[in-house]
Design a protein around this ligand. Structure first.
Ligand code: ATP
Length: 301
């Protein structure tokens, strides 16, 4: 059984469906990216899972227990950074943890938690939160989310406003916590960053889930495999299409897919006396794949 099961959940604001038959699972220890354009329904979905909001129909099961607006018992095992926890300017990191642990029966060991979330270094110590950088506050927020030893942590746009080093540190932190068995559901607009982090993607558009896949599956559907620059792209395009492979010219580069291997492509182009000036194996690009998928979904409406 999945750790989190969201099944056929609907949520309406007036006549407008913010969640339209939303279904997806989160397995233990997986990092799942909830991705979609502005207004797609990401925050609404996250709020429903944390019991912060009622939903019209469907069900949400966490660790086998039902989560609704009126039933929060499962929530002891879900940490979240949706409604940002209050950070008190005059308290240190440790004082925050003590405060947030007050209503918790078995809080995480503070020392271990501080080490895990890297809020134990010289930078923290006796410093008060008013002197923390955004990245430090973000790590403290995650530490607070982890105080109940949750099995799932939900993070809404956790990388917003962070500098590249802090984004990198946060990514490493999330990965190490997931390796320790904590599952994550993360929304972010920073798709390059998300791509480096997540195991699974759930794509939402206009309140509907349009795809759920592992990151690997997602990119195996991404057809572009090689990018080539030749001294005669138009002719090379023709040659490739004659072989029944797929090709297009994009930004002055040939995008090729469908051949069994790169050598076949090179051989065919060389045989036509066309010079290859550069070539790259295209790695999957979440942003491009997502934009293509949304364009197709929006067109189908
Ligand atoms: N309290 C509310 N009352 C009425 N409509 C709402 C409310 N909250 C959200 N909506 C609408 O529901 C839809 C989904 O909003 P939601 O905030 O979940 O999207 P999102 O994917 O999180 O967007 P963003 O990336 O911009 O935060 C949007 O059309 C939004 O305008």
């Amino acid at each position: 059984m999945a750790l989190l099961e969201v099944k056929n959940v609907n949520k309406k604001y007036g006549n407008r469906a913010a969640m339209d038959n939303v279904s997806f699972n989160v397995e233990a220890g997986r990092i799942v990216g909830l991705i979609g354009p502005n207004g797609a329904g990401k925050s609404t979905t996250m709020r429903a899972i944390t019991g912060l909001m009622s939903y019209t129909s469907g069900h949400i099961l966490f660790d086998g227990q039902s989560v609704t607006f009126n039933n929060h018992s499962a929530l002891d095992k879900i940490g979240n950074l949706i409604e940002y926890p209050a950070i008190y300017p005059n308290l240190t990191a440790l004082e925050h943890l003590k405060l947030y642990a007050m209503d918790t029966k078995n809080p995480a060991d503070f020392k271990t938690l501080m080490k895990k979330t890297q809020i134990d270094g010289d930078n923290f110590g006796k410093r008060k939160a008013k002197n923390f950088s955004l990245g430090m506050k973000q790590r403290l927020g995650i530490a607070i989310a982890l105080i109940r030893n949750p099995k799932l942590v939900i993070l809404d746009e956790p990388m917003n406003g962070l500098d590249p080093q802090s984004v990198h540190d946060l990514r490493e932190l999330i990965r190490s916590l997931a390796d320790g068995g904590v599952a994550f559901l993360i929304s972010s607009h920073l798709l390059d960053e998300l791509q480096k982090l997540v195991d699974d993607v759930v794509i939402i558009n206009h309140g509907k889930i349009i795809q759920t896949a592992t990151m690997e599956m997602f990119f195996s559907q991404d057809q572009v495999r090689w990018t080539l620059l030749t001294n005669d792209n138009e002719r090379a395009l023709q040659i490739i299409q004659e072989q029944d492979w797929q090709a297009s010219v994009d930004n002055g580069q040939l995008q090729v897919s469908g051949a069994d291997n790169l050598q076949q492509v090179i051989t065919a182009i060389n045989a036509a006396n066309i010079q290859i000036e550069s070539l790259n194996t295209a790695s999957g690009n979440l942003e491009k794949s997502l934009l293509d998928m949304l364009a197709a979904d929006n067109q189908g409406e």
